[in-house]
Ligand binder design. Structure first.
Ligand code: U5P
Length: 209
């Protein structure tokens, strides 16, 4: 599949197994989601551009490579996306964080924006949208649309688990968006939940139901 990257690092897969387990409580669930986000950030930043410079070690000058100062933005979709923010920031501390709040209209089933606060220079940043679950893809596609309306051209999407339907829905409208996921699951059920998935990510993170 083009522009879809399944991150199959053993640590990511092991932690995802624990995250899926219904016996994993909220405290552990939150910790694991944060840890997986660190590992996924490591994988998704593999192609960040470097530039050469020089530092002086105690022994002498050394030619070194440093990040070429590409500006990053992390965009969690409220509320489940919040669970991945701190993990991402551990590896990319200089990233700005923008928040997009979406809910699903019960009649039309379409995502409706209720909150949006983004860095002012979002069009110059490399953006990573966070939502643990890419289910119907409605939320993610809407978030991409909001960011593109503000001039963003470089957008990635990071989720723990994706449904084939969600990947298709996002790429139908936005084939340029790279999708990073730890697993592509079987399907959606009639309620829009990913099967087997992990349940409702927001509820499991925050202990609501
Ligand atoms: N969601 C879950 N678990 C699922 C499916 C969806 O928590 O099995 C959440 C996602 O985190 C997302 C929202 O924020 O429901 C709607 O997803 P989507 O159908 O717009 O992709």
């Amino acid at each position: 599949m083009e522009n879809v990257f399944v991150l199959d690092h053993p640590l990511i897969q092991h932690k995802l197994a624990l995250i899926r387990d219904e016996n994993t409580g909220s405290k552990e669930f939150r910790e694991l989601v944060e840890e997986v986000a660190v590992l996924m950030a490591y994988e998704a930043t593999r192609n960040m551009p470097l530039e050469e410079t020089e530092v002086k070690t105690p022994v002498g000058p050394a030619k070194v490579k440093v990040l070429s100062g590409k500006k990053m933005g992390i965009i969690p979709i409220l509320r489940a996306g919040l669970g991945m923010v701190n993990g991402m920031l551990k590896l990319i501390p200089a990233a700005r964080v923008g928040h997009i709040g979406l809910y699903r209209d019960p009649d039309t089933l379409l995502p409706v924006e209720y909150y949006c606060k983004l860095p002012s220079d979002v069009s110059e940043r490399e953006l990573i949208i966070l939502d643990p679950m890419l289910a119907t893809g409605g939320s993610a596609a809407k978030a991409v649309e909001i960011l593109k309306e503000k001039g963003a051209t470089n957008i990635k999407l990071m989720c723990l688990i994706a449904a084939p339907e969600g990947i298709e829905a996002v790429h139908e409208k936005h084939p340029d968006v790279e999708i990073y996921t730890a697993s592509i699951d079987e399907k959606l059920n009639s309620h829009g939940y990913i099967v087997p998935g992990l349940g409702d990510a927001g509820d499991r993170l925050y202990g609501t139901k």
